[in-house]
Design a protein around this ligand. Structure first.
Ligand code: PEP
Ligand code: MG
Length: 886
């Protein structure tokens, strides 16, 4: 038989799914023998049944009745008993804490008769009437649906009539009058009376708490916190205790350690002569918990003992709520407390030290997102003013600098020693020097995988993108905010890449110790030692390797310092910027072979030097070099700009620049409406003669150069955007031809595994065929997400993702966290079929998901060999790969 009600004495902390966090932990405290007011919990299962059918399950009422009778028997009085009423609280308590999002009804059991009994037994008429009016107010709004403002208004009118500055100045007869007003209000608003039957009050309050699971606030909160909608809430029913019975009573909240830093020692606040609700609402100033030691040493001593018991039992930081009723301490709630990232690492390490938890448990309690937060410099959050704009938090951290509107200005000012923030509508590879020079990048368009976001993250640079409230005018070097204020070039801005906000002026920064440690290996104690231990533990258990996406020797070297075990993706198109851009332009646009060959010949030595540098930085470790994959729109000059330049020259009566005319003609010829689906990846290599050959030659010659310098180069050649095995077969033949050619020329055999990216659905679905031509796979989950969903990775995030997130189409952007059901399914198919065709096939991922904690767990489960991510995400991926292996 299904059981819907559990006495506190029957439950345990392991039953949070059924009893909610609050119910499970009250049960645990009861079992530990701590002073918990007795009570019982109605399960989440009852809630789910009620929400599905609209009626409480058959046996629930009878079960509640039985548990109530037991409660009454142990209390020696009955619910609502006229001369000495037992009173109850009815509170929500879901599996995951949803603070303040659902309903609570206190003082159940009061009515026109029992209020007099309570006055008598408590010795305070005022207290009794105040409790009664609180019940009617909470019950009226929560259960009967009266607008809470109406009760507040009645209270305000009464206070005005009595010239009372606050409700403490209302006496018992005032409050008795208010009870009458409230009862009338309920009748006027609902046509029904406030129920005098205590049993009816209890029944209706429980159902109202059930219903509050689907309240608007709760639904919104769940969406933001990614809590599933179908869990339902439990309801705890508990004997009321009172902290507002005089100076020897009070309520407080406490932590067993400092939740901000993790330092051991009790922390908390206490408010004498107050109910728990008053502490949270901040109606009067609380005192530090230590003050309780002076006010009530005995209760303080007991509280410390209980908290010690709880921390040893839960083996973690606990927070609690307690009430002292006339010198008697009651524990009302406990849970494993929320904490900052710093505290999470510090506490985990400390508890291992204290022998309370194992290093594996410590690793389970910290996370990659927390580590990422520790790595970036932070703003002092107490010092920020009103934000100028909000956008997508694309690359976390805090940066301050003067607004500049183009790359050249960014470089100029940075060279002169100024800190700058590069502000653009969106960025292109042309902006790279400016991005390198800037402290932060701010764009008004584009999502989390837009150029600005990907590149900034790769550089560990702060970035807020898609700040659509800004209208950026590069020509006049200014932007306008939503409220019309104009920000000119040179104005100092503070960009918070973790929160996605931009502030005027320089918000002070707090430096990150964790970053200094990761860069230098230098242990500075405190949280850094804790981070070091967590990473060590992760490295010792993980089976996933972690590589980095790096396009320069500097990035590769940094990634290696951060613990990367190779380069999983070297995007060669990122090497064709600045001066070289013109060479690429002429190579792509050339109509005659001779012009193309000239451009390729000029590029060859430059490419070779790039590869030598990266292979040297990663000596002895694999470096996966991807053949050119430029969506053409990122490389060719802008069509409109060219046309305008030509038209302007003609309008002035002059001759347009011949190169411009030629370029426009070529650009028109090559123009694509959907460049992301156009001539890129392997397609480009197959149609532009000599391109693959030049790149492979550069790689092979770089390997030879490194070998002759006694290095251990481990280059791997990767073909992008393959959709059919035939494409790979053709590309592979060309690669092998050139490798053999270089071997003949140099007398040195060059062994480079040849593999492919899997970044099109067709590639995943035909992975068995493709594996016959590929020595490794690397999932390009950026393109695989783009092409599986049909979402343009450059546009959709800014265009409509916020609406999709609000409507719950998905809980996080699929460009950020791998979509397990769709894209993930393709990954699994490709892994299975690829390895079936070629046992032991090495498989990695190099899309942005490689550095996303949740996705790393998926890739571990899918059996990948490695993840590759931005250098700055390497420590995050190491940590999460370790956690995934636990
Ligand atoms: C990908 O598509 O996931 C990938 C790594 O390639 P790029 O981002 O360069 O298209
Ligand atoms: Mg790609």
């Amino acid at each position: 038989m299904v059981r819907y009600v559990y006495d506190f004495a029957d439950g345990s902390r392991d039953m949070a799914d059924l009893l909610g966090g609050k119910g499970a932990n009250l049960a645990e405290m009861t079992r530990l023998g701590l002073p918990v007011p007795p009570g019982f919990t109605v399960t989440t299962e009852a809630c789910r049944a009620f929400l599905t059918t609209g009626a409480q399950p058959d046996d629930m009422a009878e079960e509640v009745g039985r548990h109530l009778a037991a409660l009454e028997a142990s209390a020696g009085r009955t619910l609502g008993q006229r001369d000495d009423p037992l009173l109850l609280s009815v509170r929500s308590g879901a599996r995951f804490s949803m603070p303040g999002m659902m309903e609570t009804v206190l003082d159940i059991g009061l009515n026109d008769d029992s209020v007099l009994g309570l006055a008598n037994t408590s010795g305070s008429e005022r207290f009794a009437w105040d409790s009664y009016r609180r019940l009617i107010q909470m019950f009226g709004s929560t259960v009967m649906g009266v607008d809470p403002a109406q009760f507040d208004e009645a209270m305000t009118l009464l206070k005005a009539a009595r010239e009372a500055p606050d409700d403490l100045h209302l006496d018992a007869s005032d409050l008795a009058r208010l009870v009458e007003t409230y009862k009338r209000l309920i009748i006027d608003e609902t046509g029904a009376e406030f129920p005098q039957s205590s049993a009816e009050q209890l029944r209706l309050a429980v159902l109202a708490v059930f219903r509050s699971w689907n309240g608007e606030r709760a639904r919104l909160y769940r969406r933001r916190e990614h809590i599933p909608d179908d869990l339902g809430t439990a309801v705890t029913v508990q004997r009321m205790v009172y902290g507002n019975l005089g100076p020897d009573s009070g309520s407080g909240v406490a932590f067993t350690r400092d939740p901000a830093t993790g330092r051991p020692g009790l922390y908390g606040d206490y408010l004498s002569n107050a109910q728990g609700e008053d502490v949270v609402a901040g109606i009067r100033n609380t005192v530090p918990l230590t003050e309780l030691g002076r006010l009530d040493p005995e209760s303080y001593r007991r509280l410390r003992d209980h908290m010690g018991t709880l921390e040893r039992h839960y083996r973690d930081l606990c927070d609690i709520e307690f009430t002292i009723e006339r010198g008697t301490l009651w524990m009302l709630q406990t849970r494993v407390g929320k904490r900052t990232a710093e505290a999470a690492f510090a506490i985990a390490a400390e508890l291992v030290e204290e022998g309370l938890i194992t290093p594996e448990e410590a690793l389970a309690r910290v996370g990659g997102e927390g580590l990422a937060r520790l790595m970036f410099p932070r703003f002092d959050t107490t010092a920020t003013g009103e934000a100028l704009a909000h956008g997508i938090p694309a690359s976390p951290g805090a940066a301050v600098g003067a607004a500049v509107f183009d790359s050249a200005e960014a470089v100029r000012r940075a060279d002169a020693g100024e800190q700058v923030v590069l502000v653009r509508q969106e960025t292109t590879p042309d902006d790279l020097p400016g991005m390198v020079a800037a402290q932060a990048v701010l764009t008004s368009r584009g999502g989390k995988t837009s150029h600005a976001a990907v590149v900034a993250r790769g550089m560990g640079k702060v970035c807020v993108c898609g700040a659509e409230e800004l209208s950026v005018n590069v020509e006049s070097r200014r932007f306008t905010t939503r409220d019309g204020s104009v920000v000119e070039e040179g104005t100092v801005l503070s960009v918070d890449g973790s929160a996605g906000a931009v502030y005027p002026g320089a918000v002070p920064l707090v430096a990150s110790e964790a970053m200094r440690f990761l860069e230098s290996g230098e242990l500075s104690g405190g949280v850094v030692a804790a981070v070091a231990r967590a990473l060590e533990q992760a490295d010792s258990v993980r089976t996933l390797e972690v590589r980095a996406n790096a396009d320069t020797p500097e990035d590769a070297a940094r990634a290696r310092r951060f613990g990367a075990q190779g380069v999983g993706l070297c995007r060669t198109e990122h090497m064709f910027l600045g001066e070289r851009r013109r060479l690429v332009e002429s190579m792509i646009l050339a109509r005659e072979d001779s012009r193309r060959d000239e451009a390729l010949a000029a590029l060859l030595p430059l490419q070779r030097q790039d590869f030598v540098g990266i292979l040297e930085a990663m000596d002895g470790l694999p470096v996966t070099i991807r053949l050119l994959d430029p969506p053409l729109h990122e490389f060719l000059p802008d069509r409109t700009e060219l046309a305008v330049r030509i038209a302007a020259a003609e309008a002035r009566g002059g001759q347009p620049d011949a190169h411009d005319v030629e370029l426009l003609d070529a650009v028109n010829r090559m123009h694509e409406e959907n460049p992301m689906l156009g001539l890129r990846g392997v397609r480009l290599g197959l149609v532009v003669p000599g391109l693959v050959a030049m790149q492979v030659r550069a790689i092979a010659e770089a390997v030879v150069e490194r070998l002759s310098a006694s290095g251990s180069p481990e280059a791997e050649i990767m073909v992008p955007l393959v959709g059919a095995v035939e494409e790979l077969r053709l590309a592979r033949a060309e690669v092998e031809r050139v490798l053999a050619e270089v071997a003949t020329e140099t007398g040195v055999e060059v062994h480079c595994p040849i593999g492919t990216m899997i970044e099109l659905p067709r590639a995943a679905l035909t992975a068995g065929q493709i594996a016959e031509q590929a020595e490794f796979f690397s999932f390009g989950t950026n393109d695989l997400t783009q092409t599986t969903w049909g979402f343009s990775r450059d546009d959709v995030e800014a265009a409509f993702f916020s609406a999709y997130l609000d409507k719950g189409v998905f809980a996080t952007s699929p460009f950020e966290t791998i979509d397990r059901d769709g894209v993930g399914r393709l990954v699994r198919i490709a892994v299975d079929e690829g390895r079936a065709a070629r046992p032991g096939l090495k498989i990695g991922v190099c899309g942005e998901h490689g550095g996303d904690p949740e996705s790393v767990h998926f890739f571990h489960a899918a059996g990948l060999d490695y993840v590759s991510c931005s250098p700055f995400r390497v420590p995050v991926a190491r940590l999460e790969a370790g956690r995934a292996a636990l």
